[in-house]
Design a protein around this ligand. Structure first.
Ligand SMILES: Cc1cc2nc3c(=O)[nH]c(=O)nc-3n(C[C@H](O)[C@H](O)[C@H](O)COP(=O)(O)OP(=O)(O)OC[C@H]3O[C@@H](n4cnc5c(N)ncnc54)[C@H](O)[C@@H]3O)c2cc1C
Length: 471
């Protein structure tokens, strides 16, 4: 097997990794000192037109847009812990227009409607930008675009082939380093309009404030424990029941209240490091004047970006699945992954030796076998469901919220007529096959990264079957 740049060029200073990690604290930087409003625990036996379960972006956009569509509707949102505590408060903040987890995934799964999906995704991102501006939301929104970088020879042609001209710039090795100075870069592709950077925690906070202002009743520490539907939908909580005419389920990687969708996603842990703010000299040493969000282009990839106060967020690469789909707080902190991430960081930016990480955290993403959201309906259309964003839901959750509201209102729209919306992906197999399958696929993806991107028989078979595993 070949080596990758991250093995050929490991940081050599003794103790560098330990020193850099030594003062990092566990927990999402984005959720620290947010000053978010808090909401009461649900208790009683109230009744609503719509109850939304889950207080991440999907649930918040659903509740907010439900009130915008029908200001008189009585809408409640139940969040098991605190608003934005899960993926929505822990992500990289890449707010991307793609609804299909990138062009090549969209091309392989929905070739006949990819142009339409791309247009709808671009409109969705434009509408987010407009909402942020018109509502004066404080969420550090910057439409910087994204930079895909090649760190291995075979990736250069992939990037060149992906270059479609409009709103994109291709850079060779010299030019890419003028954008962002890393000795590991061989080429780059800047998609100028497709991505904005946001502060994830602030976006969740602004959404919650907007929901409350619109008249949504938000409840925290209020898990929905069960759902029964007859004439009305009844949700059991720890402190009473709540009845509703319609229910939107927005529980992402957590177990679905609808048994039929419990095998359609697996929870996969993704990990992130945040540095201290860079000094002016450190920032000058990397350049990064256009402040793009960056990702390298292996199967196992890193994503990284600047924050408003010029820290670097550095995440990705490992994708960890625990047997049985377990989600536990202790899994948020994984030393082995953080050491690997830190090592890869200094391979990429050796000039930042001495910079320390201030925060480290992990979170679960809802991986589906087609890598992008799917939409379910149950109980004659009274209950709607969206999940499966596979680590790319910051913007796509708003689109999904609109699909759920279309479904719950019984509307036929351009959105609901999409094949992507009408089709449901294959589920993952039950254990132990899920665990064995995920481990085998991870091994094969790692092998492909060490073999000029060439996919082995297992990956080709999964590709042909439309079954995949990704983070
Ligand atoms: C480390 C990391 C990095 C990421 N980076 C990016 C990125 O840069 N760009 C991007 O587009 N995407 C990224 N993602 C993915 C993105 O964050 C998610 O797709 C998005 O936040 C999903 O929003 P959500 O509301 O569906 O889920 P969540 O934010 O997970 O919210 C679901 C909520 O439902 C609640 N819940 C679950 N069950 C119940 C119940 N029974 N009753 C009540 N409440 C319940 C949970 O407590 C949780 O708050 C990343 C994810 C992670 C973990």
């Amino acid at each position: 097997m070949n080596t990758t740049i991250f093995e050929r060029s490991t940081p050599i200073a003794p103790g560098l990794i330990n020193d850099a990690l030594s003062s990092s604290k566990p927990g999402s930087f984005w959720l620290e000192d947010l000053g978010s409003p808090t909401f009461a625990r649900y208790a009683g036996d109230a009744s609503y037109d719509l109850v939304v379960v889950g207080g991440g972006y999907t649930g918040l956009w659903t509740a907010l847009q439900a009130k915008q569509r029908n200001p008189g509707a009585r809408v409640a949102l139940l969040e098991a812990k605190t608003i934005g505590c899960a993926a929505s408060g822990r992500n990289g903040g890449f707010c991307e227009s793609t609804l299909t987890h990138g062009e090549s995934n969209g091309e392989s799964r929905f070739p006949e409607e990819l142009a339409q999906l791309d247009r709808l995704g671009a409109e969705n991102l434009d509408e987010i930008e407009r909402t942020v501006a018109e509502s004066g939301w404080d969420c550090d929104f910057e439409r910087t675009g994204s930079l895909a970088v090649a760190t291995e020879e075979y990736q250069i042609d992939e990037l060149r082939a992906a270059h479609d001209g409009e709103n994109e710039l291709f850079f060779d090795a010299d030019d890419i380093r003028a954008q962002l100075n890393s000795p590991s870069y061989l080429a780059g592709l800047w998609s100028k309009r497709a991505t904005a950077m946001i502060h994830p925690g602030k976006l969740a906070r602004e959404l919650a404030i907007a929901c409350a202002a619109a008249g949504v009743d938000l409840f925290e520490k209020s898990p929905a424990l069960g759902l029964d539907v007859s004439d009305v939908a009844t949700i059991r909580t720890g402190h009473g029941t709540i009845t509703a005419d319609r229910v939107a389920l927005a529980t992402n990687a957590f177990p679905s209240l609808l048994k039929r969708f419990q095998l359609h996603t697996v929870p996969v842990y993704d990990y992130v490091l945040m540095t201290e703010p860079l000094s002016a000299a450190q920032l000058a040493s990397v350049g990064w004047g256009n402040r793009q969000g960056v990702a390298d282009t292996g199967n196992q990839f890193h994503y990284y970006r600047l924050t408003a106060d010029n820290r670097i967020l550095w995440g990705g690469y490992d994708a960890i699945y625990h047997y049985g789909g377990r989600i536990r707080p202790e899994y948020d902190d994984r030393r082995e992954t953080f050491e690997k991430l830190a090592s890869h960081f200094f391979t990429t930016f050796p000039q930042l030796e001495g910079l320390r990480f201030s925060h480290r955290w992990g979170g679960v993403i809802d991986t589906s076998t087609r890598f992008c959201a799917f939409f379910g309906r149950a109980f004659g259309g009274r209950v709607s469901y969206a999940a499966g964003f596979t680590g790319l839901g910051v913007a796509a959750t708003r689109f999904a919220a609109n699909v759920m509201l279309d479904h719950l209102a019984g509307l036929e729209t351009e959105r609901t007529s999409l094949k992507m919306v009408r089709s449901i992906p294959l589920p993952f197999p039950p254990e132990p096959a899920a665990y064995l399958g995920v481990q085998a696929t991870r091994w094969a993806l790692n092998r492909a990264d060490h073999n000029d991107g060439k996919r082995n028989l297992l990956l080709k078979t999964l590709d042909a079957a439309g079954l995949g595993f990704d983070s």
